[in-house]
Design a protein around this ligand. Structure first.
Ligand SMILES: NC(=O)c1ccc[n+]([C@@H]2O[C@H](COP(=O)([O-])OP(=O)(O)OC[C@H]3O[C@@H](n4cnc5c(N)ncnc54)[C@H](O)[C@@H]3O)[C@@H](O)[C@H]2O)c1
Length: 386
């Protein structure tokens, strides 16, 4: 763990998620927010006044600020590449919200540009660095479930377009950006929460067999969406080490965010990747007749025990408060830069996750099954989880 002066960061994009990041920055004494920028002047004003943060007058001012080492790119997905490219060109390290780019080719260009400029590039999501995922991963390494064969992730979010999402406001008053979410697609928005965790545990993905569809084109927006993205996808991922994972994404089926890791001796289950305090449940395989009967009667969770979390998370709960430490990935990047070590969520990992995500959302762009070209070196667990 490094000590020394805090790393200066600038936030670009002061929208809905920026409020969640802003609440998490104080958890990390190694980060110092220097200033914020948004191309929407009104939004910039509201955000900077709410948080009493310094507002830059232009992106160039943020990028030429010598106190800033890392640009935290929280713009909308279609702006990610443009803002990240400018920050790299200005010699800044970048932590970007997901996806790194809207295509694998775009993500690869950013990785190459960062390498050529000698700066680091990292992306959200960072829930794999969270307490829940690290607790599950430690259990896998200990062999609690034996040899892992299969993993399932449900990322069904319910029929968002039929909810009262217009009343969803971040703490400084930004409405949840429904149109952009519907056009980016729930797979681009959410698949990374599962891919990152499984890839950290099982290594790079080698092949993807997927299906996606737009099941409800009319999301009742006014005006109608010109380019609604698929609202359902399902794919099977074959990992280098032989594990197979099935990942489902939708904004159609009822809310279910379970992640299950199935080994020959048992199953690990996490209820919610968006909550770092989500308990990890371990259930040993039922072999006897009584066990099978009880499983059929009471469901698979009847004989499960909760694993002690490796660490308690310092997030206060409540309305408008995050259940994920959004800033942990930024802190990881800052520490890696300060210590001159590899960042756990480095640019190879970011490209890999983007490529697999694109294969899930857009199977029509790839051969079937799609062969994943990108790869990454093994990722170390957090120091407190080893
Ligand atoms: N909304 C969520 O619940 C949520 C959760 C996790 C992650 N994310 C991710 O966070 C990112 C931002 O999402 P959001 O919900 O905050 O969207 P948002 O629309 O509320 O905010 C994005 C902000 O970026 C600004 N912006 C866009 N392009 C810009 C540019 N070129 N230069 C400067 N500012 C620019 C916009 O003016 C806007 O204020 C997305 O990548 C999204 O996937 C969102």
């Amino acid at each position: 763990m490094s000590t020394g002066p805090a790393t200066g960061i600038a936030v670009v994009g002061c929208g809905y998620v920026a409020d969640y990041y802003r609440q998490c920055f104080p958890l990390h004494p190694g980060l110092r927010l220097v200033g914020v920028w948004d191309r929407d002047a009104e939004r910039l004003g509201v955000y900077s006044r709410y948080w009493s943060d310094r507002a830059y007058r232009a992106l160039d001012e943020a990028l030429s600020d010598r106190e800033v080492a890392i640009v935290v790119n929280l713009t909308t997905p279609e702006s990610h590449a443009e803002v990240t490219a400018q920050a790299i060109a200005a010699g800044k390290h970048v932590y970007s919200e997901k996806p790194l780019g809207m295509t694998t080719a775009e993500a690869e260009r950013m990785r190459d540009a960062a390498r050529a400029a000698g700066v680091r590039l990292s992306t959200a999501p960072c829930n794999v660095l969270g307490e829940s995922a690290q607790t599950a991963w430690a259990a896998v390494r200990r062999g609690d479930v034996g040899r892992v064969a299969l993993a399932y992730a449900e990322l069904d979010d319910g029929m968002i377009h039929r909810t009262d999402y217009k009343s969803w406001l971040s703490v400084s008053g930004r409405p949840w950006p429904a149109r952009n979410e519907f056009e980016t697609g729930c797979t681009f928005e959410h698949a990374g929460y599962a891919i990152t965790v499984f890839a950290a545990m099982f290594g790079p993905v080698r092949r993807v067999t997927s299906f996606s569809s737009l099941l409800i084109p009319d999301k009742r927006t006014e005006p109608p969406l010109p380019h609604p993205a698929p609202d359902f996808s399902v794919g099977c991922l074959e990992f280098d080490g032989g594990v197979v994972a099935r990942i489902t994404n939708s904004i159609v089926a009822p809310y279910d965010h379970r992640m299950r890791i199935i080994g020959e001796d048992g199953t690990l289950e996490m209820k919610e990747p968006w909550d770092y305090a989500s308990p990890v449940r371990l259930r040993k395989s039922q072999q006897g007749r009584l066990g099978r009967m009880l499983e059929r009667r009471f469901g698979a969770g009847f004989a499960a025990s909760t694993l002690p979390p490796l660490r308690k998370i310092a997030l206060r709960r409540g309305r408008g408060r995050p259940t994920m430490d959004f800033a942990r990935g930024v802190a990881e990047l800052a520490e890696a830069v300060r210590d001159g070590r590899r960042c756990r969520l480095d640019e190879d990992f970011a490209v890999h996750v983007t490529e697999v995500t694109e294969m899930l959302q857009h199977p029509e762009r790839f051969a079937r099954p799609a062969v994943v070209r990108s790869t990454f070196a093994p990722i170390a667990p957090m120091d407190w989880a080893t």
